[in-house]
Design a protein around this ligand. Sequence first.
Ligand SMILES: NC(=O)c1ccc[n+]([C@@H]2O[C@H](COP(=O)([O-])OP(=O)(O)OC[C@H]3O[C@@H](n4cnc5c(N)ncnc54)[C@H](O)[C@@H]3O)[C@@H](O)[C@H]2O)c1
Ligand SMILES: [Zn+2]
Length: 354
Amino acid sequence: MSSCLQQIPVHTAPPYQVTVGPGLLRTCGPRLQEVLSPCRIAVITDSHVAPLYLERVCESLQSAGFSVVSRVVPAGEQHKTMATLAQLLEFLAEEHLTRTDCVAALGGGVIGDMAGFAAAVYLRGIRCVQLPTTLLSAVDSSVGGKTAVDLSAGKNLAGAFFQPAAVLCDTDCLSTLPPEILADGAAEAIKTGVLCDESLFSLFESGSLDLPEIIARCVTYKAGVVERDPTEQGERKLLNLGHTVGHAIERCSGFAIPHGHAVAAGLAIIARAAETRGWTDGPLAERITACLAQNGLPTGTDYSAEALAQAALSDKKRAGDTITVVAPRQIGVCELRKLPVSQLQSLIAAGLEV
Ligand SMILES: NC(=O)c1ccc[n+]([C@@H]2O[C@H](COP(=O)([O-])OP(=O)(O)OC[C@H]3O[C@@H](n4cnc5c(N)ncnc54)[C@H](O)[C@@H]3O)[C@@H](O)[C@H]2O)c1
Ligand SMILES: [Zn+2]
């Protein structure tokens, strides 16, 4: 089909392809025929995405011979709950989906995580395809198989590792994103640049946002990490750069601060802390904060180190008396550092703006 498509294989068990480029929602039917036998597809989306893209997806699937049903859930992280998950599972059962059928997650990370989790547990697992519509879900959440819903005790506390059968990332969708939601995705992509790819980071410094190129680079990196460490025993923890403090900020705000904005602030804070502790090869925090700010992202928070440490320690990434944080050494090189939990508060304090 079109030559401006990029295809990135993910060699997990089972393997799948991520396709990135324009027009993929209008052609999703024939594309999914390549990976699915004729079946029933339940398209799950949210109330913002449905009026924009649901019809074109259902039409393309139907004309390719799939039997299609759809369900729209209210948009927003506050609906990424067990209650919505239960409604989705009841919906799949009411629509008589069987083990050979499929769920299509059409939306951002909230829909991808929740519909992916529904597919993982319905009948002990039916296939799922991811159709990401935000930059964040394109560069990060649609790839790698992490699915989840939030519990009152914290974010993503109930979930499963469940790889999709395919990911179709239609870059045309990004044109309808409000700037602050685009910025959320930029935060995860800048994070990837700091982790492994200085030239990706430089794209954000230069302001030349070639989004298909940025998505393909982020997905290629994430695919490699996920192939080597599918269930986050080691290397995959690096993807949590900025997330220890980021999740704490989200939590302190009662999830009013969106994930990408919180990760940006978390990244700036850990960069300043790492520099202050002498863990970096020279100065880098200023370069990171300037890049985040240039892309419409925050570089700090008003929450205290104490509140953030408390929130971080109730996160699931804690293991007994230690916590693993990801710290940048240079742009493009990061490392895992294990700390006694008692030192987390002073580390965060070292990273807060004065
Ligand atoms: N599974 C993973 O590996 C992983 C990684 C990172 C983040 N996440 C999760 O992803 C979620 C955040 O994802 P998100 O930022 O995409 O949030 P989101 O899914 O809530 O989308 C943000 C907003 O944009 C709207 N929207 C989506 N696509 C649109 C489009 N094309 N045009 C206009 N509006 C559109 C949505 O309705 C929503 O209001 C969090 O729950 C986070 O925990 C998961
Ligand atoms: Zn994230």
